[in-house]
Design a protein around this ligand. Structure first.
Ligand code: SF4
Ligand code: SF4
Length: 400
């Protein structure tokens, strides 16, 4: 009996995805990578060719996490193009959703890293748990740290998905008894030099992950020896994030921005202003200080994103975002302008006049005027009471 060979278009059709959807997706990927529309056929052909052969394998390791990034990527209910493209990867080890368990799962990992040393991609989700001598996380009878030390040096590149993997995320929030940290920081500490591409947010957007996989494996991100090329390195910022994805703030591309400029703000959920879709800055929106392109790429197969669905941005794309941004529904303590680090001396609205110029400042002034006209000076959203651990932290002089 001859076995039916599915074409790539058959595979798309099986998932209810049209060729047109696929090409549109390739257009999005091109934009993420800074390529013009002219590159779309090249990307499509590369993905198609990869589907017919076999891509370099990948392993997906889990640290301290909620598995939300796996869920965001797998989208098990409604697979979209991103998932189909990821299916083309030989994901030989993925703790959360692989069929194999126990010894056979670990054997698959060992075989992959031995057979494809220097050629496979390691995707890392979750925080590196260094606490309790590494015993804060144990995998297959050894510490998560031992697993990283075994796999990471042999990978061609590591893609850190989600804020937990990038800087520890919420797992690292004060007081951080598990010693959570990002994979890049941990590797630097251990002297492991495998390049890391950081994709923060909570959870990661699968389109970003696919774009980086395509860039690394199909568009010349690795040279013949499996080494990361300078062209790929040049696309990353000083924090190892793709500049085109993390180079602008949420605020720069927010559809509510016009309301911000006009001083039209939501001050209470359930209000007329909320129904009108006014700006959520007064409800604590961290969009002005958060660098990602969520408003452009959006989530759940481009359906929506946080601000679109009525929630202020809580800044999960920033660094140390839980400690820096909580309480999430309070007006921000710092507004970022032209810098990206969370603890890099962001400025407060009170110092606007002294340190900044331009549109945002003008808008904040308009906001003040708007509040004055509305008799709202001194009001604004309720501020949560300071939590006990916050008080203790303040007494100690904050996180070090
Ligand atoms: S980054 Fe967010 S979604 Fe991803 S594993 Fe961490 S907590 Fe879960
Ligand atoms: S403050 Fe938030 S809701 Fe308002 S325009 Fe900026 S990003 Fe959008």
């Amino acid at each position: 009996m001859t076995q039916e060979v599915l074409t790539f278009d058959d595979q798309l059709a099986d998932h209810g995805v049209s060729r047109r959807d696929f090409l549109k997706f390739c257009g999005t990927v091109a934009a993420m990578l800074g390529l013009s529309e002219l590159a779309v056929p090249q990307i499509a052909a590369a993905v198609e060719a990869a589907a017919a052969s076999k891509l370099a394998p990948a392993v997906w390791l889990d640290g301290g996490l909620c598995t939300g990034c796996t869920e965001s990527t797998a989208q098990s209910e409604n697979p979209d193009v991103a998932q189909i493209v990821l299916d083309i990867l030989s994901m030989n080890y993925m703790e959360t959703i692989m069929y194999a368990t126990g010894d056979s799962a670990e054997e698959a990992l060992r075989q992959t890293i031995d057979a494809s040393s220097g050629k496979f991609i390691m995707v890392y989700e979750g925080a590196v748990m260094t606490g309790f001598d590494g015993n804060a996380l144990r995998v297959a009878g050894k510490t998560g740290l031992d697993q990283i030390k075994e796999v990471a040096p042999k990978a061609a590149a590591i893609i850190a998905v989600g804020s937990c993997a990038v800087d520890g995320g919420w797992v690292r929030a004060y007081p951080n008894p598990g010693g959570a940290m990002g994979i890049g920081e941990y590797l630097a500490q251990e002297g492991i030099k495998t390049p890391v591409i950081n994709l923060p947010t909570c959870p990661v957007n699968p389109v970003w992950l696919v774009a980086m996989v395509i860039d690394v494996l199909l568009l010349g991100g690795l040279d013949d020896q499996g080494k990361v090329t300078q062209a790929l390195v040049d696309k990353l910022d000083e924090f190892g994030r793709p500049k085109l994805i993390f180079g602008q703030t949420i605020h720069d591309n927010c559809p509510r921005r016009g309301h911000f400029e006009n001083g039209e703000f939501v001050y209470q959920f359930g209000s007329e202003e909320e129904a009108k879709g006014y700006c959520l800055y007064a409800m604590g929106c961290k969009g002005p200080q958060t660098y990602t392109n969520c408003p452009i790429v959006r989530w759940n197969n481009k359906t929506s994103w946080c601000v679109n669905s009525g929630s202020p941005c809580i800044g999960c794309g920033g660094f140390n975002w839980v400690d820096e941004n909580a309480p999430f529904l309070s007006r921000m303590r710092k507004v970022g302008l032209g810098h990206v680090g969370a603890s890099d001396g962001g400025w407060s609205p009170a110092t606007i006049g002294a340190v900044a110029g331009g549109v945002v400042v003008g808008a904040l002034v308009v906001h003040g005027v708007g509040m004055g006209l509305a008799g709202r000076i001194g009001e604004g959203p309720e501020t949560e009471e300071m939590k006990d651990y916050d008080r203790k932290r303040m007494k100690k002089g904050g996180d070090k």
